[in-house]
Design a protein around this ligand. Sequence first.
Ligand SMILES: [Zn+2]
Length: 243
Amino acid sequence: MHRSIRKLASPFRDGDWPNLGCPVCGEGGLRVERFEWEHQNGQKDHEDDPTDLRGRFELRLVCGRAQCTSWVLMTGDYITDWSFDDYNKYLDVWPMLTVRTILPPIPVIELTDNVPESVRTAIDRASAVIWLDPLAFAGVLRTAVERLMDEQGIVVRPAGKKPAYLHDRLLEFAKVQPQAGKLLLAAKWVGNTGAHETTPFTPTDALDTAEMVEVALGVIYAKDNSALLARADRINNAKKLVP
Ligand SMILES: [Zn+2]
């Protein structure tokens, strides 16, 4: 998981922009083109306390790659932070931004190329809701784990004809892949929490869960290093740099 994704989970200062990759082309970096917040020009009523301003912001990011230049639009809420310069009697106020939506969504989980499409689709769907509704994210991530068990062919039929519970499937899967199974089971418990509206659940909690699924997928669908290993053999045999 990219460090900048973690940064989006807590309020950050205007100007302290996270370094994000373009979700459209997957190659370019995003730069800030336009940022606006409700109180920026002083027209909106400051009410009594200028350090207690809150409202909404919008941010337009643009891919820096000439062949792409796609827009990525971010919206969210802010509260204000401030400092007071005693000497000059100057009050400085700035917005602390909390992201609520990103369109198109920026994937929060890094996937290797061989992760199956059904799992990938569910994870993309989860990435779209994480900032607005972390509980919904946990629920969709659970669906991704269900799809993963389908792809792994883990079918457990308990007595009767009820569909297998995810819990039973994961226990079965853990017999084959203990590490990944342990991580996915933990993510499943958190997904259950997602069903209870009263449970406090933050974007950071959601990312912690996402990281467990990310690491599990990295174990199951490990990056293919065979070409690199084969070249290492050729170099070792030749005792010099060869293609
Ligand atoms: Zn791009």
